[in-house]
Write a protein that binds this ligand. Structure first.
Ligand SMILES: *Cc1c(COP(=O)(O)O)cnc(C)c1O
Length: 405
């Protein structure tokens, strides 16, 4: 007995974010149930046989199906505007699942050179070992993506805005390049989340999420997801999930499910805080440059506002004024170490503001030459803005900025 009323068609994102889920249990719980179980009891042997053969719907085993995970998947798919979604144990395992499902030896991937560092290591390093070729191109140069296409190109992979320089790529233009080449376009939508940006509406075939970031939104769990068509899930991803098991735990799925309920208001409030902080930083005499899509000075400002619901997102970076790498690093450390509110951590997507020095943390494994090429200098500081009061955040950064020699 399903105790839920079916949802009407045409609901807005904010409504889907709190309402879309699996049917309620016979108890009629208002908050979605957490099904902490590894397996599901079958009514009889014949039903079990039909369910294992895929001839009848029904939960079997939580490596590949669980009602709490299904609720999270249905809700996230509804927000992204895709037919389906598959939850995974982390953002990286979502990318692993995608590449395992779509690629084979001899295939070629074109990827932005500014994507998350582990993504580059996974595609170029791990998949390189199995004979998948890859080419890394400029995030913002559509002609470079086009020029990198080969007859064996199967997948284009972008992330927008990027970490930490917030470079924005044109999703619709890249979808066009991909589809003319008979390839898929995947977009890592971690920084904007579907509350600000829905890549599927711009032509992306697959949307990758690190649920660890804004979807959970409060820094509690590691989680991931792929949003795409039902056909890709059935034909490409479910077989890999059943065999390889990069499964999302029901508990983590439940935390993300509840996080999605406040996603819109968090993204809006955190973007507004980030915009105010970016504007304030741009006017500060000790700041050389601010990277934030909401600022007019950002090279892809117009594109970003069009593509991101008029908001810049919650991540910004800035360079402190300094001479040479040594002094830049020392001044950046001074600013970071004088904060008393912000958390010094490389994570992002939390209600707590985080501050980090990319050159010595997330991008610390690159050589100085690679870092220079990526535009990540020793004076660069990244702030992922949370929900604290904006005045407290300004004072926190001013403590260090105002005392720079
Ligand atoms: C954090 C992050 C990932 C990886 O996600 P995990 O959940 O940490 O595995 C992928 N892409 C982007 C843009 C990220 O910020």
């Amino acid at each position: 007995m399903a105790a839920s009323k079916p949802l009407p068609e045409g609901l807005q994102l904010q409504t889907l974010a709190v309402r879309e889920a699996e049917a309620k249990s016979q108890f009629g719980e208002n908050s979605e149930a957490l099904y902490l179980t590894s397996s599901f009891v079958q009514p009889d042997a014949a039903t079990a046989a039909r369910r294992f053969a895929g001839e009848e719907d029904g939960y079997i085993y939580s490596r590949f199906t669980n009602p709490t995970v299904a609720s999270m998947e249905q809700r996230l798919a509804a927000l992204e505007g895709t037919e389906a979604c598959m939850g995974t144990s982390s953002g990286m395992s979502a990318i692993l699942l995608m590449c395992m499902g779509l690629l084979k030896a001899g295939d070629h991937v074109v990827c932005s050179q500014s994507v998350f560092g582990s993504t580059i290591k996974l595609i170029a390093g791990e998949f390189g070992k199995f004979g998948v070729e890859s080419t890394f191109v400029s995030q913002t140069d559509v002609a470079a993506w086009q020029a990198a296409i080969k007859p064996n190109t199967k997948l284009l992979f972008a992330e927008t805005p990027t970490n930490p320089l917030t470079e924005v790529c044109d999703i619709a233009a890249l979808a066009d390049v991909a589809h003319k080449a008979g390839a898929w376009l995947a977009v890592d939508n971690c920084f904007c989340s579907p509350a600000l940006q829905q890549p599927a509406k711009l032509g992306a075939d697959l949307i990758i999420h690190s649920g660890t970031k804004y979807l959970d939104g409060q820094g509690r769990v590691v989680a991931g997801a792929i949003c795409c068509s039902q056909q890709l899930i059935d034909e490409r991803f479910m077989p890999v999930m059943r065999s390889a098991g990069m499964s999302l735990s029901p508990f983590n799925a439940w935390v993300v499910l509840k996080g999605l309920e406040t996603l819109s208001i968090r993204m809006k409030a955190q973007s507004e805080n980030a915009m105010a902080l970016a504007t304030w930083l741009e006017a500060h005499p000790q700041v050389a440059r601010v990277y934030y899509p909401g600022l007019k000075s950002h090279p892809q400002h117009d594109l970003a506002l069009r593509q991101q619901s008029g908001l810049g997102g919650a991540v910004l970076s800035f360079d402190v004024k300094a001479q040479g790498p040594e002094q830049s690093r020392q001044k950046a450390f001074h600013v970071i170490d004088h904060t008393q509110v912000m958390s010094i951590t490389a994570n992002l997507g939390d209600t707590k503001t985080t501050i980090t020095h990319p050159a010595s943390t997330s991008h610390g494994r690159l050589t100085e030459v690679q870092r220079q090429a990526a535009g990540i200098g020793q004076g660069l500081i990244r702030v992922a803005v949370g929900l604290e009061h904006i005045d407290d955040l300004k004072v926190d950064l001013a403590r260090g900025l105002d005392t720079l020699a």
